[in-house]
Design a protein around this ligand. Sequence first.
Ligand code: IPD
Length: 248
Amino acid sequence: MKHYVDAAEKAARAAGDLLRKNFHQSKRVNAAEAHDIKLEIDVTAQDLITRSLLKEFPQHALYGEEGIVGDQLSEHQWIVDPLDGTVNYFYGIPHFCVSIAFRFQGEIIAGVIYDPMRDEMWCGQKGEKPRLNGHHFRVSERAELGEAVISIGLSKTGEMIDSNLPLFGEMVHRVRKCRVLGSAALDMAYVACGRFDAYIERGISLWDIAAGWLLIESAGGKVDLRPREDMKDKYSIVASNGVIDLKL
Ligand code: IPD
């Protein structure tokens, strides 16, 4: 299984280097909506990742934010967000990452998240302790809600913002701090290594959280992912250190 992690790490570093090198350049916008932006470099980064992975595994399928490749029913599937935190990236906020997961026969068995600005690489594979830049990590041990720092994603459409805001309103009074940092994959990585005690969002895509899901579970935490019945391919997620009672 290690070769899947190695391949994901190599592809994530290549995409991360591209993103870091272009961070201070002007960015070409492919589409802009009220609460979201799509950039040309998202597509370029996914192409780079696709080429790197499929060169090594030509039979595999890839399911990415910027498009799909191959037979999505294949038992070998890569799940890719080439740039998570696109709006941060566009506005010059150095908080974004590359997220790559590998799913075999329906189960995520490998995943990496790379923050190119801080050069932080989280790597995990099923059944092994995950690593951050080579060092093992675990979720936090905080059990008291009042001492917790949690992240709440507000998602990207008016409707989804409306379903996340009441939750934010409640939680912000129950915990020490609520954060909205704009990168779901980094939120997941931060829960996995104990910086956050939990992350919640209603209206997330699989590529945002697939790698983080594996990292959190292999670091001792818990992920509750439910498809949203009212929105195709969108999920509600509650990810935590597994000991805190979020009283949801
Ligand atoms: C978005 C970010 C954001 C989250 C949104 C995601 P993108 O991903 O992760 O934090 O709230 O739900 O769609 O568009 O930057 O890849």
